[in-house]
Design a protein around this ligand. Structure first.
Ligand SMILES: [Zn+2]
Ligand SMILES: [Zn+2]
Length: 490
């Protein structure tokens, strides 16, 4: 059972819908759209990808609006053919998150049974205010033939900017606290409420992820999903925020949660940790619960999956990587590059942040096979992992600035483009001209969810880590689970 409901749409779909629904004369209008499910561990998100606008004779407008049966029949047959859910949308003259009139409730309740019966997916209802703020709900089936109204936690519109409208009754705005006064004075309470309430996923809690977590905790973010299957090893201690030698052998998510709780300025904190890989079903689903994901991984396969999430599941991904160079055995330079990917931005595949043959190599388990790695030259990219704390902490801070721009657009900028810091000559470049290749397969599936395929399966690295950890646990006679969290080892 899903605990919570959400709606998301790409900016392009939002613009078509708004253009139709919001009228200069403040009269109401209506339309339908098709949606695909995004199936998280704790939430179901309706991804709106195809508006179905009325044609002549489909509806009447008379201050408010009503539709004719032929329109709904056309929508139903399209939804069945495409195997998608049905969303019913209308506009209100007021601003902000909209409630529902008796007529609204009756109209949607009448559609709920037919929509669910034909598509096996609940009817989704949306209302848009005159200021473009969306509100939404799912009509979930309860016993017998009743359908009940379930308000969404939030509706997100994902493009160059990420605009999320929250249901304040379900996710209250953070109350002002002296603890984050200096933070709020930079971008104001409204932006702070939009940032702090996002559910942020951090994939990889190593040297970059742990610093991102620290940044967000200090800023007053309330909601975290942490993904990492690794434990702290001695070679991590020079770069892992908040750790000491006593932490060797503990899970990195355990350390990150402890550090967030220590540093947080928020009055209210929700942290969900999972020690599964994003390539395994439990980790995959946990990541789909997020509004934004930080990609702090150094492997090709998780990048590939995150790139899929950014487009197909409409979850913007902020990604970064570090490359250290040597010449004749001596340090000759370092670059770190970061990019936010999602609809209206170039993807990680087109930016060559990973390549498919490396993904295939990882899926086969070769990157976790010592005999395969032994056969590679010492400077092969699969073997390179030089790094120092200032590289990672600078990259982490730049990534957090990407998030702030993406969500608030303060100072008139929401997209810094692809940024690259070059140690030589010590400058940060920004490339704002990049775009996806024509016919990019990731961009083409925008808003489609996992309608065509899912990307989870077996992960050799995660399985090896668990084996290692269970041996250590037996040696130290520690408890079986960390913190009694959900999604832990099964
Ligand atoms: Zn209404
Ligand atoms: Zn692309």
């Amino acid at each position: 059972m899903h605990r919570e409901f959400n709606i998301a749409m790409p900016r392009s779909v939002n613009d078509v819908l708004i253009n139709h629904l919001i009228r200069d004369d403040y009269e109401e209008d209506l339309c339908f759209a098709l949606w695909s499910p995004s199936d998280g561990a704790d939430r179901l998100t309706a991804l709106l990808h195809s508006p179905v606008l009325p044609i002549a004779g489909d509806r009447q407008r008379h201050g408010n609006a009503s539709f004719n049966p032929q329109y709904f029949e056309r929508v139903c047959s399209l939804a069945m053919k495409e195997r998608c859910g049905i969303a019913f949308l209308h506009s209100h003259p007021g601003n902000g998150w909209q409630g529902m009139s008796r007529d609204d409730i009756n109209a949607e309740m009448r559609l709920a049974g037919a929509a669910a019966g034909l598509t096996d997916l609940p009817l989704v209802g949306l209302t848009v205010g005159h200021d473009g703020t969306w509100s939404g709900r799912f009509w979930a089936h309860v016993q017998g033939k009743e359908y009940s109204l379930n308000w969404c936690r939030a509706v997100r519109v994902v493009g160059n900017r990420l605009c999320v409208s929250f249901a304040d009754q379900l996710v209250p705005k953070p109350e002002f606290r002296e603890l984050f006064r200096r933070t709020v004075t930079v971008w104001g309470e409204e932006n702070h409420a939009n940032l702090a309430r996002l559910r942020i996923g951090i994939v990889g809690l190593g040297s970059v992820g742990s610093v991102i977590a620290e940044n967000l905790a200090r800023m007053g973010f309330e909601n975290f999903v942490l993904l990492d299957f690794d434990e702290v090893q001695p070679h991590n201690l020079d770069r892992l925020l908040g750790t000491t030698e006593d932490d060797i052998g503990k899970l990195k998510i355990e350390i990150a949660e402890r550090q967030i709780r220590r540093s947080s300025t928020a009055a209210h904190l929700e942290i969900e940790g999972t020690s599964f890989s994003i390539a395994e079903q439990a980790g995959y689903r946990a990541a789909l619960d997020c509004d934004v994901l930080f990609s702090c991984v150094d492997r090709p396969r998780p990048r590939y999956i995150l790139n899929h999430f950014a487009y197909s599941h409409l979850i913007p991904v902020i990604d970064g990587g570090i490359a250290v160079r040597f010449k004749g055995g001596e340090f000759s330079g370092v670059d770190w590059q970061l990019q936010t990917v999602g609809p209206d931005r170039p993807c990680l595949s087109c930016l060559q942040a990973f390549n498919m043959s490396d993904v295939a190599t990882e899926i086969e388990g070769k990157l976790d096979d010592p005999s395969y790695l032994q056969g590679l030259s010492n400077d092969h990219r699969f073997k390179r992992n030089e790094n120092v704390f200032p590289f990672s902490s600078n990259l982490a801070s730049l990534e957090v600035l990407h998030l702030i721009a993406l969500v608030t657009g303060i100072a008139g900028i929401s997209d810094f483009g692809v940024q690259r810091f070059r140690y030589l000559p010590g400058l940060l470049d920004a490339d704002t001209e990049r775009a996806c290749r024509p016919n990019c397969e990731f961009a083409q599936l925008t808003g489609e969810g996992d309608r065509h395929f899912s990307l989870h399966g077996k992960d050799f690295g995660a399985e090896a880590a668990r084996k290692r950890q269970s041996i250590t646990k037996k040696q130290h006679n520690k408890g079986e689970n960390y913190g009694g969290k959900s999604y832990m080892h099964k």
